[in-house]
Design a protein around this ligand. Structure first.
Ligand code: NAD
Length: 394
């Protein structure tokens, strides 16, 4: 079939297999241009198929030379409908791993469930023995916990309603958006989904099954952002979940003295998860503009290769702030960058939107995530949407 993008609000419901493969190849090339470091050799990536998790898997392969087991929740094609981007990304990742002769296998299923945890343990035992790093990079709208209760996450404020400038990406108009406060139940539910409970559960079960090496490292990804977005992000429902995740780092370290748990606070970037957050797209569009002008803009792969090669396994050892967090948002949070963003934020109007916002850059990242708008791909060509994944384990 000929595959075109079908964009609905902040999601694209189609994905291009050749374009997604191109996206993975480009990320592999970036990682390969960075140094190799001595680090973990058997890596489990939970949430491995898109965004930060995919970048982690790629950097584990290229910069650590590691074997990887990945967990994802993706949809294969049924011949009429395309697969999801994460499916195609994973197919290409596995192909490239095999080309290098390095093990890569993927499990497609609900990482929150006990069944997938058990399946993971079984595969680690059989194929890898033990793993020495666990990356936790899930971004999910809901979670059914071990007791069978389903929780949903929401993106709301806590306390009062919050009204701020907002960018309508369909029309490039600057307007206002009001974000309503969450109920206690919604807040609790978001913490259940995006907080640290499941991360801790993973480490507990892997440890209990004796499939984690001594001194294994586990890293969960977080975001804090500037005061500007605090009402919707850090002081909102998602921020409350992230603060729970931060607390979980200490709990894992206390419960398992031979596991080193870290939080990596990453940069704000357009991914499938983040494009759904209200108000944030305007901040990202200004952030992209300011950081690109300064020459410090990074995508997921630049962030994670820097994390692995400089801040986790580099010559200075693990580089953390006073809270024990690894700060990959260091360039984003630079005072000069934030001052410039605030100036732009105050000044931007619909008529001047392109002067202050990197709208094209935002959309380029958005389409690229689904394998579209790569200039070396012929999108008029028929492609087979059904792409098998070699190492998939059902
Ligand atoms: P993403 O949507 O690109 O990736 C989410 C991954 O989780 C995918 O691989 C998906 O298949 C997998 N997944 C979702 N539900 C699952 C389930 N039930 N079972 C198994 N796999 C499942 O998101 P992302 O932006 O890369 O986010 C990853 C992490 O990084 C999140 O914790 C997020 O908060 C954090 N982070 C994101 C940003 C940002 O700006 N995008 C910044 C800092 C930190």
């Amino acid at each position: 079939m000929i595959i075109e993008p079908k964009v609905r609000e902040y999601i694209c419901t189609t994905a291009h297999p050749t374009g997604c493969a191109e996206s993975v190849r480009r990320q592999v090339a970036i990682a390969a241009s960075r140094p190799s470091v001595d680090g973990p050799k058997k890596v489990l990536v939970i949430g491995c198929s898109t965004g930060y998790g995919l970048a982690s898997r790629i950097s584990a392969l290229e910069n650590l030379g590691a074997e990887t087991l990945g967990i994802m929740y993706e949809r294969p094609s049924n011949g009429r409908r395309t697969a999801t981007a994460g499916w195609y990304n994973t197919a290409e990742f596995e192909r490239m791993s095999a080309e290098k002769g390095i093990y890569a296998r993927s499990i497609n299923g609900d990482a929150f469930s006990i069944e997938i945890k058990e399946k993971t343990i079984e595969i680690i035992r059989k194929d890898l023995g033990k793993v020495d790093m666990v990356i936790y990079s899930l971004a999910a709208p809901r979670r059914t916990d071990a007791e069978g209760v389903t929780w949903s996450s929401c993106l709301k404020t806590t306390g009062e309603a919050f009204t701020e400038k907002s960018l309508d990406l369909r029309t490039n108009e600057i307007g206002e958006k009001t974000v309503e406060p969450a109920t206690e139940e919604e807040l609790h539910s978001t913490i259940k989904v995006m907080g640290g409970e499941d991360w801790a559960e993973w480490i507990d079960v892997l440890k209990k099954a004796d499939v984690l090496s001594a001194n294994a490292v586990t890293v969960a990804y977080s975001y804090i952002g500037p005061k500007l977005t605090y009402p919707i992000y850090y002081h909102g429902t998602i921020g409350a979940a992230k603060q729970h995740l931060h607390k979980t780092m200490g709990e894992i370290n206390a419960a398992h003295p031979d596991v080193k748990a870290y939080i990596s606070v990453n940069k704000g970037l357009v991914t499938q998860a983040s494009s759904a957050i209200p108000v944030v797209p305007l901040y990202f569009a200004i952030l992209y503009k300011v950081m690109k002008e300064k020459g410090t803009h990074e995508g997921c792969i630049e962030q994670i290769t820097r994390l692995f090669t400089e801040k986790l396994f580099g010559e200075n050892g693990v580089v953390t702030d006073e809270n024990g967090f690894i700060r990959m948002d260091d360039y984003e949070m630079e005072e000069a960058v934030q001052e410039k963003i605030l100036e732009s934020w105050k000044a931007v109007k619909t008529e001047t939107v392109k002067d202050y916002c990197d709208i094209d850059g935002y959309w380029e990242d958005f389409y690229n995530m689904f394998g579209f708008k790569y200039n070396n791909i012929d999108y008029k060509k028929e492609v087979n949407p059904e792409v098998p994944i070699g190492g998939i384990k059902d």
